[in-house]
Ligand binder design. Structure first.
Ligand code: TMP
Length: 204
């Protein structure tokens, strides 16, 4: 089973992904936690190019293909073998990030971005996607407290607003896969809600 976490910057995805992993391991499941972009040698290089190299003005189409290149390698070498092995894979961001950031955010052609983003994962699709929904102002202020700002984080508020709206649209289109979670509350209660949904799916 593939579980993905999505949301704007500062929405708490990474914390929740880690909490879910720990909870499922405690229940006896075999679980791997990973993230995009950034897995493996290629992912590391791509992450540096896209998110850290401030000298480089990346063309939006080039950016799209770099995120998709990262995913193609990640899915083939890391995610697919584990899913075939019956493991639960939790991924912090997946192709929905490409659809909203490069489609809604960068305003590339939505149909093309959606097709390219999904194709980069081959046959692999998430079984459950948790969308951590939070007002942009709140996400950005959490980010400032945390430090560690990437190039994408520095985009104007309007960009992050497009991302938030893009996610909400996706979650309305695929209500069976998306679980929209109110992320504007304490991490423990968010975790309980997510854990309950996953355990229900795993045992039904
Ligand atoms: P994060 O790992 O700190 O969430 O940073 C990843 C950044 O990259 C985040 O701003 C979202 C962005 N991103 C895209 O624009 N497209 C993608 O396909 C992915 C996976 C991430």
């Amino acid at each position: 089973m593939l579980i993905t976490f999505e949301g704007i910057e500062g929405s708490g995805k990474s914390t929740q992904a880690q909490m879910l992993k720990d909870a499922l391991i405690e229940k006896g499941y075999k679980v791997s936690l990973t993230r995009e972009p950034g897995w493996g040698r290629l992912g590391h290089l791509i992450r540096t190019i896209i998110l850290e190299d401030r000298e480089l003005e990346l063309d939006p189409l080039a950016e799209l293909f770099l995120f998709c290149a990262d995913r193609a390698q990640h899915v083939k070498d890391y995610i697919e073998p584990r899913l075939r092995n019956g493991e639960i894979v939790i991924c912090d961001r997946f192709y929905d990030s490409t659809i909203v950031y490069q489609g809604h955010g960068r305003k590339l052609d939505m149909r093309f971005v959606t097709k390219t983003a999904k194709s980069s994962a081959g046959e692999t699709t998430p079984d459950m996607t948790f969308l951590l929904n939070l007002p942009v102002r709140e996400g950005l202020s959490r980010l400032k407290e945390r430090g560690d700002i990437t190039k994408m984080d520095e985009e104007p508020v309007e960009f992050h607003e497009l991302i938030r709206q893009g996610y909400l649209l996706l979650s309305r289109r695929e209500p069976d896969r998306f679980f929209k979670i109110n992320a504007d509350r304490d991490p423990a209660s968010i975790h309980e809600e997510i854990k309950a949904s996953v355990l229900l799916r795993l045992t039904s």
